[in-house]
Design a protein around this ligand. Structure first.
Ligand code: 6PG
Length: 248
């Protein structure tokens, strides 16, 4: 299987079409193979970039009722709050396509960050047990069909920030932080082992503000550092696509 594919686009429109094709292809393959498609989303500009999925032909051709939606990271705020990644996805994508409501696995938004992380891991464990989410043969981690991430200008993905101790969490599947350098401070996030175990990971990066972090990320990749170690082709996961649009 190909890993570490870099797709560079000259315009956001090109990226949007390619991203919709990429997601639709993985969805088709997963539904064919297992009857479901498990996708973990993040926040930021990503949902807007996935917008073509709500249009023809995808709106009709994608097996929406087979989709199970998760969040690779979430801010611990009410689901109705403007900062909620759930709200962003709901308003921008999920309300426009026929997803089964109880296939939308959002976090417990009325608990502390610690409890919300524990509860979310419990939800994932139940779905691993019932084989909605498949499991990695290597480390028993959940194996999502696709984890789709943005990247901050500081190089963070999900809510794993550079030099933060959450990067070293290897036992839990979902962890929490209360000191996010980017507000809001309380968040839950998938851990590195879970990101590493996905069948496919896409990191969607746009804007000149990201260029330094992209270069660092590619250096880290070459040096096999931890920060973006899921880009390491010898890792235990599946394929990785990085979408890149830099404006010069
Ligand atoms: C958050 C955001 C964040 C975002 C990146 C990239 O929770 O603070 O979700 O992690 O994904 O900062 O954001 P952009 O794609 O909007 O630059």
């Amino acid at each position: 299987k190909d890993r570490g594919e870099l797709r560079i686009h000259e315009s956001l429109d090109e990226l949007r079409t390619d991203l919709a094709d990429y997601i639709a292809e993985i969805s088709d393959a997963s539904v064919k193979e297992r009857g479901v498609f498990t996708i973990a989303l993040s926040g930021g500009s990503l949902i807007g970039l996935m917008g073509k999925l709500c249009e023809a032909p995808y709106k009709k051709t994608v097996d929406w009722d087979k989709w199970h939606i998760f969040w690779a990271d979430e801010r611990v705020v009410a689901k109705s709050h403007a900062d909620s990644n759930y709200k962003l996805a709901k308003d921008g994508l999920l309300s426009k396509v026929p997803i089964v409501p109880n296939h939308i696995h959002s976090i417990n938004d009325s608990a502390s960050a610690e409890k919300a992380a524990k509860d979310y891991e419990f939800v994932i464990r139940q779905l691993v047990r019932t084989r909605v989410i498949s499991v990695s043969e290597i480390n028993d981690c959940p194996k999502f069909d696709l984890i789709i991430l943005g990247m901050g200008p500081d190089g963070h993905v999900a809510s794993l920030f550079p030099n933060h101790s959450a990067l070293n969490e290897n036992d839990e599947w979902v962890t929490f932080i209360t000191d996010s350098p980017k507000p809001p401070p309380e968040r839950i996030t998938f851990t590195m082992p879970v990101i590493n175990s996905a069948s496919n990971v896409a990191v969607v990066v746009t804007g000149i503000g990201k260029s330094e972090a992209v270069h660092l990320g590619i250096d880290n990749l070459l040096q096999n550092l931890k920060m973006l170690s899921f880009l390491n082709p010898s890792g235990c996961g599946g394929s990785v696509a990085i979408y890149l649009v830099l404006f010069c």
